[in-house]
Design a protein around this ligand. Structure first.
Ligand code: GDP
Ligand code: GDP
Length: 457
């Protein structure tokens, strides 16, 4: 069960607008005219990765003003009995009204955390209303503008200490419920794998080898799109003895089928693009007799930009001259050419002899796990605090850039949101410091990691 957050406030302060803003859809009717009735509505919210259910208590517009407070109170009491937090909305432009004070009095005696939200505070027009709201005695009011979408980061910050833990626990349960993911959030369906590379790198040979006599071929399945081929097969994992399912996106087959006249160079990038779209893990196949070329980096960048887990296999290892020099040279060139994902897994293979192929597939499964990994917000913030302490953000013009919180907003690829202020002044070198730290210290390895900065006051 997700944590439940209730919106409470007198008519016309912007409860509906806030509800819609958080839920992200125009579910509710918003109207200037009093008299627009609504029911109590529920919506699921994902705020910077934190999930909760929001409830809009509404429907007082028709009420006779003399009986309104009593009726509101009765319904509010029912609503907050199962709430984890209350957002008490006031109108920062209008300031406090007697009804606001009355609601504030009830809430002070209620056994639930309350956040005072001073809405309509865009620009400076709400400043005095925000100050006034301190007098409710319910803590520091948050100035927001539901209509303009301002202040949601502050709302996250205020809610996180109250419902963050419950939100994470609920999410872990949901992940268990879905049969497509295991308890670590790793997909349990077939590994969607694409093998891409320049013409003649050995893709067809490799795929034929993989699907050879000792493999059980369960496909070939009809195409994912008009001109692509997915092959379902089962790989006997020599380590665990288990059989694991793989869905292979066959770009080599695609090309041969289409009988093309286009320039091969252009084509292999187009093939790669299509394959990358469907894949979780992309194996870029290099030719040991050719080394790493510009077009390989182009294909690699494509996979990284799409947020896919990328690894490198150097094929034709059986005919490689000076293997160790070649291997190190390619690793070095990859780190130079793809600075955003240093330390990509590199495996030497031979499609001809079969060398390294089981390691390659095992590495691909491992990579998908890393790519799907979720770090708890508490562990994340522990790391974050240490990282900021070890290397505090700069203070351009004598004013320090404040970084407050970090949260993982998603997986596949891992995505993070950092909240703070004066973020436009944050040097990209510092962003890189954070990204590299996440990768190295939180175990994301060479998977593409995304960090978004969000302003909070
Ligand atoms: P509710 O009765 O509390 O649910 O209030 P509504 O969401 O229906 O909003 C009442 C009025 O306030 C509508 O005209 C909204 O457009 C307006 N409103 C809501 N949020 C804001 C805001 O952030 N700034 C301003 N200026 N107006 C807002
Ligand atoms: P594709 O264009 O990437 O599909 O490449 P192919 O699979 O058609 O292979 C191109 C050429 O490389 C063929 O002549 C293959 O026999 C050869 N080849 C593929 N893999 C290996 C390998 O591991 N070792 C050696 N020596 N040759 C290979």
């Amino acid at each position: 069960m997700l944590p439940r957050v209730i919106i409470i406030g007198r008519p016309n302060v912007g409860k509906s607008t806030l509800f819609n803003r958080l839920v992200g859809k125009k579910l509710a009717l918003v109207d200037d005219q009093p008299g627009v009735t609504r029911d109590r509505r529920f919506g699921d919210v994902e705020l910077a990765g934190m999930k909760f259910t929001i409830v809009d208590t509404a429907g007082w517009e028709d009420e006779d003003p003399s009986t309104l407070p009593g009726r509101m109170r009765a319904q509010t009491e029912v609503s907050i009995s199962d709430a984890d937090a209350v957002l008490f909305v006031i109108d920062a432009r209008a300031g406090l009204t007697p009804l606001d004070n009355e609601i504030g009095n009830w809430l002070r005696t209620a056994d639930v955390p309350v956040i005072v939200v001073a809405n309509k505070a865009e620009g400076r027009s709400g400043d005095s209303g925000i100050l006034e709201a301190f007098s409710l005695g319910l803590g520091e009011p948050l100035g927001i503008s539901a209509e303009h979408g301002e202040g949601t980061a502050d709302l996250f910050e205020a809610l996180w200490p109250i419902i963050g833990e419950k939100s994470e626990a609920a999410e872990a349960l949901v992940a268990l419920d879905e049969d497509e993911e295991d308890e670590n959030g790793v997909p349990t369906g077939p590994l969607k794998l694409a093998i891409v590379g320049r013409p003649n790198a050995g893709k067809s040979t490799l795929i034929n080898r993989l699907l050879g006599e000792d493999r059980l071929l369960t496909g070939p399945e009809a195409g994912i799109t008009r001109d692509s081929i997915a092959i379902d097969w089962q790989w006997p994992d020599p380590q665990s003895g288990e059989t694991r399912e793989i869905r292979l996106i066959d770009t080599a087959g695609m090309r041969k089928k289409r009988n093309v006249v286009e320039k091969l160079e252009k084509l292999s990038v187009a093939d790669a693009r299509r394959a990358v779209d469907f894949a979780e893990v992309v194996v870029l196949l290099l030719d040991a007799t050719k080394g790493l070329e510009h077009q390989d980096l182009k294909i690699a960048s494509l996979a990284i930009e799409e947020g896919r887990a990328l690894m490198i296999a150097i094929n034709k290892w059986d005919v490689a001259a000076e293997p160790s020099k070649l291997f190190n040279g390619i690793k070095f060139a990859l780190d130079e050419g793809l600075a955003q994902v240093r330390g990509l897994p590199v495996i030497a293979v031979s499609a001809k002899t079969g060398k390294g192929l089981d390691q390659m597939i095992a590495a691909a499964f491992e990579l998908r796990e890393t790519w799907s990994k979720r770090v708890s917000t508490s562990a994340l913030n522990r790391w974050f605090d240490d990282a900021l302490e070890a290397n505090p953000p700069p203070a351009p013009g004598g004013k320090r850039i404040k970084l407050r919180y970090i949260t993982q907003a998603g997986t596949r690829p891992p995505r993070f949101v950092v909240f703070g202020s004066r973020l436009d002044m944050l040097p990209t070198s510092y962003e890189r410091y954070l990204v590299n730290g996440i990768r190295r210290e939180l175990g994301f390895g060479a998977v593409p990691v995304r960090v978004v900065l969000k302003a909070s006051k």
